[in-house]
Ligand binder design. Structure first.
Ligand SMILES: [Zn+2]
Length: 603
């Protein structure tokens, strides 16, 4: 660091009971025309305009102890009046932090968490400059045991530098770096493990009975496998899993050297738990997903994100590659690193396939369109989402799977999607050059050609059709050379009404009504509450049981409330759709199939 940064921030968990962080931003040489400050409208990794500035409660500026006028320019920008040359300008503001998600900020008497995008105003014209952040401790004896967990750097040689996991001075090379290292403070649990020689920390906030030894051992295998996939050295010299443990919750957000996670308490392993629960597999899959982003999206990134414009939507048609391919590798890393078995992996894969099959939106929207419109569709799903939207996560993962299987089969196992990822890493991750909207197709052609003449161009065309089209992927065909059978069957016996109920065990309230299903055809809508079928009371808990005793084609009389008004309709039930995918090892698996499968799944 050549000299004292000209931008410095301080943040204090000032009033935990009111969920208020006090923040200051001091600019040594503000813009002589009046310094503009701006808070991001969104956080990278979560593609929705969130307008974090709505949580700024009060804001004032001063210079040499005198107040400076501040003008609001738009929803997230302020301009301070010009100050005398050579004088520093300090902005002080309060941020309301009561969003228990991985995307924003949260503060109470038990802990504090923030993403820089929620709390640090960018100093316009100086976002490329280095800055200091003084993370201040809370007041009050009860909170004196709080520690700090973050991958923000500590300024070497500065006497005010924070001690390891302590309050004090931190440092960022520029604003982009400043807001890409979330910070947790509190009395958290901490454990450390190594992967490929790199220290990895995991921090758990909230009450839990986690078997840390087990968790560290499993994470170490997953992280090591991923580092080896892309090649050593790892892109980070340390990594941090920041985990908020709650009763019921799920979420993750990737950062360049850390991730913020939200998980249910019961999804963590406990001492004496020998098997893998579904919840624990889900949590490991989440950790694996966010960790894979360390390469795929944090360093290999769409040209549209290089650099990010945090004031407005950043459009790309490539989220199927950055989120979908990451979703493919998250569970794949679990089986390839030996943390789960092949049978468990095939079950997970079947679930992803089922989730895509269950939405007719897949027949209307391509994953490229879903990527582009993430800001208004995938991230803002309503009751019609299953009929209108395809997930670029789930279908993107299936496209990655199909591409991987075809590359392997065409080249007799010599080439795979791993080669595509490594090429992306070398060409884009290591160079910082963004991935152009169409460059992935050429890259696949190149890898494919190196494996087998003609396969590259064919697979490149296939990929283009798959991401731009809405046809179902021929997954059964792609799995066959690996000796794996694909079966799509009905999830349950009996008949279907073509609805999904809202959560909870109470009334049978319709969350979604599927296009062209029995419920839609007879006039039922999302939000309606079913009260009786053929004169018998129906609840959320009893609906499936009632339908299980019926057959497709049967007519039933349904009583339902809409806006408190009772209506009666006659529905013709449909057969249960065959939308539950089961994958299993085939009966006759040749040596060639076995070799391909071993190359793919590691065993
Ligand atoms: Zn992701």
């Amino acid at each position: 660091m050549p000299h004292q940064p000209r931008v410095s921030y301080a943040i204090a968990p000032a009033r935990p009971e009111a969920h208020i962080f006090d923040v200051t931003c001091t600019v040594a040489s503000p813009d002589p025309a009046g310094q503009v400050f701006r808070l991001p409208a969104w956080i990278p990794g979560s593609y929705m305009i969130r307008e974090f500035a709505r949580n700024i409660v009060t804001l004032r500026a001063e210079c040499g102890g005198r107040p400076v006028a501040v003008e609001k320019l738009d929803k997230h920008s302020w301009r301070a009046a010009p100050v005398a040359a050579g004088r520093a300008l300090t902005l002080s503001y309060e941020v309301y932090a009561w969003d228990l998600s991985v995307r924003a900020a949260h503060l109470d008497a038990t802990h504090g968490f923030f993403n820089g995008t929620s709390v640090f105003l960018a100093v316009e014209g100086k976002t490329d400059e280095p800055c200091y952040v003084d993370i201040l401790p809370p007041d009050g004896p009860a909170l004196q045991t709080w520690k700090v967990a973050t991958t923000l750097r500590r300024p070497a040689g500065n006497p005010l530098a924070a001690p390891a996991m302590g309050f004090g001075l931190y440092y960022a090379e520029n604003y982009d770096e400043l807001v890409d290292h979330p910070v947790e403070m509190g009395g958290f649990t901490h454990a450390r493990f190594e992967a490929a020689g790199v220290p990895h920390d995991i921090v758990l906030t909230g009450r839990h009975d986690c078997d840390l030894e087990r968790l560290c051992s499993d994470l170490s295998r997953i992280c090591t496998w991923q580092i080896e996939l892309f090649g050593t050295p790892a892109p980070v010299d340390r990594y941090l899993f920041l985990t908020m443990v709650v009763g019921d919750g799920y979420g993750g957000l990737e950062h360049r050297a850390s991730t913020a996670l939200l998980t249910g308490r019961n999804d963590l392993p406990y001492v004496g738990m020998h098997e893998h629960t579904d919840g624990y597999r889900t949590f490991l899959g989440l950790c694996s997903h966010e960790y894979f982003h360390t390469w795929n999206v944090k360093r290999i990134k769409p040209a549209a994100f290089a650099p990010y414009d945090l004031a407005t939507e950043n459009y790309t048609r490539l989220l199927w590659a950055f989120e979908g391919f990451t979703s493919y590798y998250d569970d794949l890393a679990l089986v390839r690193s030996g943390v789960i078995g092949v049978e468990d992996y095939l079950t997970l894969l079947g679930k992803t396939m089922s989730s895509v099959l269950r939405g007719s939106g897949r027949l209307k929207q391509s994953v490229a369109e879903s990527s582009f419109d993430a800001w208004i569709k995938y991230y803002r799903q309503d009751e019609n989402a299953p009929n209108a939207i395809v997930s670029y996560y789930a279908k993107g993962a299936l496209i990655a799977l199909a591409l991987d299987l075809q590359l392997r089969a065409a080249s007799a196992g010599r080439k795979s999607l791993d080669d595509v990822m490594r090429l992306l890493w070398q060409r884009h991750g290591l160079t910082g050059e963004g991935v152009a909207e169409d460059s992935l197709f050429a890259l696949v052609a190149e890898v494919g050609e190196a494996g087998l003449k003609g396969a590259g161009r064919r697979l490149s065309r296939w990929l283009n059709d798959a991401v731009e089209g809405t046809e179902d992927l021929a997954l059964d065909e792609f799995l066959r050379p690996f000796g794996i059978e694909f079966r799509a069957e009905a999830a349950a016996k009996g008949a279907s009404l073509g609805v999904k109920l809202a959560g909870g065990n109470g009334e049978a309230k319709l969350a979604n009504v599927f296009d062209d299903g029995p419920a839609q055809r007879c006039g039922l809508s999302a939000g309606d509450v079913l009260v009786a079928i053929d004169g018998l009371k129906v609840t959320a808990a009893s609906l499936d049981g009632m339908l299980a005793r019926r057959q497709g084609g049967e007519q039933v009389t349904i009583h339902a409330f809409r806006r408190d008004e009772l209506t009666t309709v006659t529905a013709e039930l449909a057969p249960q759709p065959a939308d539950t995918v089961k994958l299993a090892s085939g009966k006759r698996v040749s040596a060639a199939m076995r070799a391909l499968r071993e190359g793919w799944l590691g065993s």
